[in-house]
Design a protein around this ligand. Structure first.
Ligand SMILES: [Zn+2]
Length: 96
């Protein structure tokens, strides 16, 4: 698949007049709200064109996002376990 056929490459973007993007993609000029999102975009869409500095920023951003995702998964599992025990104890002590 070439870069021109990727669906997200053709998504039109617009920046409101009162906002300034934190970063622009140096390859496709797409605006981003944060530097980290731009670094992740470079690793996802422009891996063949990036520089060593861009690769380092991508790896750092990817690690940060992976850590945040892991913490989010722990929170979701904790909530599910809490709901499970709440229903189990409610069933055991109220309806039995
Ligand atoms: Zn781009």
């Amino acid at each position: 698949m070439t870069a021109n056929t990727r669906p997200t490459e053709r998504v039109p973007t617009a920046v409101p007049d009162d906002e300034t993007p934190a970063a622009w993609c140096p390859h496709c000029a797409r605006p981003f709200a944060t530097e980290r999102l731009c670094a992740l975009h470079l690793g996802d869409r422009h891996r063949d064109e990036w520089t060593a500095n861009q690769r380092d920023r991508y790896e750092s951003a990817y690690d940060d996002e992976s850590n945040e995702l892991f913490i989010f998964h722990l929170k979701v599992i904790s909530a599910l376990v809490g709901v499970f025990f709440a229903f189990t104890y409610t069933y055991a002590f109220v309806w039995s």
